[in-house]
Design a protein around this ligand. Structure first.
Ligand SMILES: Nc1nc2c(ncn2[C@@H]2O[C@H](COP(=O)(O)OP(=O)(O)OP(=O)(O)O)[C@@H](O)[C@H]2O)c(=O)[nH]1
Ligand SMILES: [Mg+2]
Length: 202
């Protein structure tokens, strides 16, 4: 896969009920607020500004749908664990997200983004655990790898692999950077495999 030929904004769904009718295969990007989801999406699609990125966490407040190459839908999800969001708003999102992950028939893959620079947070672990327990198809993409030395990158990958091994599952783990573009091709290939349905996770 190369840069997308076409990438169009479809809609911004404030909740599961507002998602577009199920049609093309969908790939979504999830992860802690500020982990680099939107930047990763722009890199994967090959557009500088398809999705807004910012230094202010909590920017993405809805499920944002994009149609890529008229062949799949990309979904940018709001980040979890953003402290400044009220408890009730956070609970509302948790419910919407769980509903989406469980019941969206056309959802092919959840890309769980985790910051390569730190141990997965408790929220990251809980999220991955929930996906595993609910048998959702997912992969882990470690972000911001450009900030690490080769040794630290290796260690970050090992940490993520240990975390999933503890859960008795096997899923792809990819080191990436939207700055240096490391791992972006791998993410593109993963996405394409799931869009084409020729990858089986377990
Ligand atoms: N060095 C480096 N910085 C990155 C990378 N990816 C994202 N960033 C920076 O991290 C910050 C957050 O990036 P976003 O892509 O907006 O993060 P997000 O996960 O979409 O954040 P929310 O929408 O708030 O949940 C921005 O300042 C980005 O420039 C990366 O690969 N390397
Ligand atoms: Mg974002």
């Amino acid at each position: 896969m190369i840069d997308a030929k076409t990438a169009e904004f479809v809609l911004s769904a404030p909740g599961f009920e507002h998602c577009p009718p199920e049609s093309l295969p969908e790939i979504c990007f999830a992860g802690r607020s500020n982990v680099g989801k939107s930047s990763l999406i722009n890199a994967v699609v090959g557009r500088k500004k398809l999705v807004k990125t910012s230094n202010t966490p909590g920017k993405t407040r809805a499920m944002n749908y994009f149609r890529i190459d008229d062949s799949w839908l990309l979904v940018d999800l709001p980040g979890y664990g953003f402290a400044k969001v009220s408890k009730s708003e956070r609970e509302r999102w948790d419910n919407e997200a769980r509903n989406f992950f469980r019941n969206r028939g056309t959802l092919r893959l959840i890309i769980s983004c985790i910051d390569a620079r730190h141990d997965p947070t408790e929220l990251d672990e809980n999220f991955v655990m929930w996906l595993a327990q609910n048998e959702r198809p997912f992969a882990i993409v470690l972000t911001k790898a450009d900030k690490l030395s080769a040794n630290h990158k290796f260690a970050a990958k090992k940490r993520a692999e240990r975390m999933i091994k503890k859960m008795n599952i096997e899923v792809p783990v990819i080191l990436s950077s939207s700055e240096s573009k490391e791992g972006i091709q791998e993410v593109r290939e993963l996405v394409q495999d799931f869009v084409n349905d020729n990858y089986i996770i377990r």
